[in-house]
Ligand binder design. Sequence first.
Ligand code: C2O
Ligand code: CU
Length: 574
Amino acid sequence: MEKGSCSMGVKKMGLMLAFLGFLFFDGLLLCSAYNVHHYSFILKETNFTRLCTEKSMFTADGKWPGPTIHVRKGDTAFINVHNDGDYGVTIHWHGVRQPRNPWSDGPENITQCPIKPGTNFTYEVIFSTEEGTLWWHAHSDWSRATIHGAIVILPKLGTTYPFPEPYAEQVLILAEWFNGDVKELIDDATETGGDPTPSDAYAINGQPGFPNNCSNDTSFRLSVQPGKTYLLRLINAVMNEEMFFGIAKHNITVVAQDGAYIKPISTSYIMITPGQTMDILLTANQAASYYYIAATPFFDSGAPFDSSNTSAILEYTGTYTPPISPPYPTLPNATDKDAADNFTTRIRSLASPEHPVDIPQTITKRITITVSVNQILCANASCGGPDGNRLAASLNNISFSTPSIDFLQAYYGNLSSVFDRDFPDRPPYVFNFTGDVGNNTLYPSVGRKAHLIKYGESVEIVFQGTNIGNAENHPMHLHGFSFYLVGTGYGNFDNVTSPKTFNLKDPPEVNTIGVPKNGWAVIRFVADNPGVWFMHCHLERHASWGMDTVLIVENGPTNETSIRPPPPNLPTCS
Ligand code: C2O
Ligand code: CU
């Protein structure tokens, strides 16, 4: 559709129609700055068999993972989503900033009401600064387990990667397979207040692979030519566990994270949290043979989790006798947080002239948020969590409850009853957050609160993990922005000593960060995107338990700094 030719053309690629943008200038036909793409997804129930278990799953176009969206930096994609399923659903474009356009961001009852069965909605997904790999997923309860796919954002025409052009590229999506129905599973857990049942397997591109039951023959296979370099676009679409990932006998080089380039990191394994994406170069420089590509969980709390492995096969082309048992990568243990940190703390923005960073140095708005797993008391200790309580989670000790009319319509239409505007910018209780909290389970309040930020503020958010309940690493995700992760540490954040450890030169620019178990993480960004933006833990059970809040960036002084008007045909809320 592109390749430098600037004729006016329309080319069909499956369901995608790509219209080549063009404009006339002094009689010359020039390429416009961006292209417009059209996609359409049909959400429907489809039968799948994994681990010798057949079930019906809610998918996009009958595929798991769903279709890949291809764009170039700065393009716009119109994506029509038709819901042929049994219940309402929404789609989120994870990591896409969507300048001034929260209407197409997707989280259910935050920026829109669900697309009801038998109806459709067209999202306008506006790409701006992102380049690399992002992904899309359903954003209604746990439907993202089965409804998700990759977004590939190539460099603008006439520009190229900040590394040698790879020979070919491959999307790899890590996900979780549940033998049961995912909606029933979370509905049951919500009803009882207990821990949701862990998954039965992980999968790479929809296949659990060796050593899972009935899975050896169906492993995903990546065929490579000796000596060539491949770009792997790795996405963690797992619901509840962070993951280690590696390829036997091969070092890999990580070159981008969350749709932004980083200084290349050569490593034997990586740690990737749910929500994150990483672009990885793999050179086929070992003896022609088969090698396992594998992922295993990183899970540093005492809660139940899926401890199984998933694998795919790296298969060299050429003639050789395939090994009977190909080498398997050595990955860290599930609780090895040093291994996780050793990788994560190496990540730095590329910060080159072509890909500069712009880190706010003077902060005008500071917010501190405690991140906790809590419990809520149940009458007669009748719930399914510890001591008959209900498991809950909170930000600043407020456990989020989702309204039935979305925040955005309520905010835009000045409806005052839907949510409160007093999400605090300080923890309501100050204690030794990461110390021995003993029996201090600190019951959270339940609320529906947003925090308002003025347009253009330079914002710093300190996320402070707490040792209440089951402490663990929390992958916090903010919609509408990518932000700089300027520092992380263990223990309590200290206003004097912690900032001295900040990286204000080349911190990673990301959309999801791990707040270390019993530690803190600090992010910075400029509030230059007016809208209603969800912020939550990307471990799905924590998000369901209330580890969520909403940041509203108010309109600036002009039209160009204000939320766009709503699109036609927004799903209705009743
Ligand atoms: Cu990946 Cu709120 O989402
Ligand atoms: Cu969490």
